[in-house]
Design a protein around this ligand. Structure first.
Ligand code: AHZ
Length: 307
């Protein structure tokens, strides 16, 4: 026999307690802002179950993904946008250590709000619908958060993309391929709050997501940054880090875009993480290279799927 749902049981109790019949779909609601605003009734556990069911179904489904993007900064999000839009058949899973996705792209530079983008990367802004002021060789978005919130909403509204934030990649899965080469084949994850407490608690084992293509976009060195570049060295897949050089905008931006590639089998690197891997210059507060590098990383991933 079909069992009554939690919602149906609650509604029948609610009706009895209030003396008025309440049927699903015909709730007593009122949008009166003069003191009579009334919400549809709810049992607290319904809220928990609405989230748990969806989140853990998503984790279950994405344990096997097509592409995992590590880091939701400007490079990772630009990559996710281009990849998910070009290949709606691919399951793109973004893992972001911070609670707030966006990395360093909520501000322009030195905690100031405008964001500078050198041409021709302004085309990416036009594509996603972010307005800007044209200054000739470069354009300026009035607030970096306008770029970041727009790309986030574009990316998150695509049905093939999921974002797990407050989740850190703690390690890479590496397998031997048919030719005996080491190939990156997935990521090892944990809640970031757990990842930050491995020194204070006994073993808290992680979780895994496998995918044939991993795109790493964890930014330059910092508390969490350059994660995959550093792990490639400690695993013996890279001899040593190039280490980011001093700031030179004219050298740095093309070096990052042109250097965006599959740095180890199965692992594509994009954004400022590449400066640590390759020893290229820092560019400071100009974001065009992050967008173009993200798009190039998406092209690299598509190339792998098409060969
Ligand atoms: O939280 C990090 C950030 O949001 C996230 N991240 C780092 N390690 C992670 C891990 N697991 C999951 N192990 C992780 N997430 O990666 C994101 C990186 O974003 P970012 O903005 O730092 O890097 P980006 O390469 O996208 O953009 C760099 C922007 C910069 S830095 C710079 C300079 O210093 O000169 N100039 C520009 C334009």
């Amino acid at each position: 026999l079909p069992q009554p749902t939690d919602e149906a049981i609650f509604l029948s109790k609610f009706s009895k307690a209030n003396g008025t019949p309440v049927n699903k779909g015909s709730y007593e609601v009122s949008e009166n802002y003069e003191g009579k605003y009334q919400f549809a009734p709810i049992e607290e556990a319904q809220v928990s179950r609405a989230m748990i069911k969806r989140y853990f179904n998503m984790m279950y489904e994405r344990a096997v993904s097509d592409v995992v993007i590590i880091g939701a900064g400007s490079a990772g999000l630009s990559c996710a946008y281009h990849l998910a839009k070009s290949r709606p058949d691919l399951k793109v899973t973004i893992i972001e250590a911070g609670v707030a996705p966006g990395g360093g792209a909520w501000l322009g530079g030195q905690l100031m709000t405008p964001m500078v983008v050198r041409k021709p990367a302004d085309r990416f802004l036009t594509e996603i619908g972010v307005p800007f002021e044209d200054e000739g060789a470069f354009v300026v978005v009035k607030h970096a958060a306008l770029f970041t919130s727009t790309i986030l909403s574009r990316v998150l509204s695509m049905p093939n993309v999921v974002l797990m934030n407050a989740t850190a990649v703690e390690d890479l899965i590496v397998r031997e391929d048919f030719a005996g080469r080491q190939r990156v084949a997935g990521v090892v994850t944990n809640w970031t709050l757990v990842a930050l407490n491995h020194d204070t608690q006994s073993c808290m084992d992680p979780n895994v997501i496998t995918a044939p293509v991993i795109i790493t976009a964890t930014g330059h060195d910092g508390p969490m940054g350059a994660f995959s570049a550093k792990r490639l060295v400690s695993m013996g897949l890279l001899k040593e880090l190039g280490n980011m050089r001093g700031l030179d905008m004219n050298r740095a931006e093309p070096a990052i875009v042109n250097g965006t590639r599959e740095v180890a089998p199965g692992l594509i690197m994009t954004g400022m993480e590449l400066s640590e891997h390759d020893g290229s210059n820092r560019m400071g507060p100009t974001f065009g290279a992050m967008m173009a590098s993200g798009v190039k990383a998406a092209h690299e991933a598509i190339r792998i799927f098409e060969t």
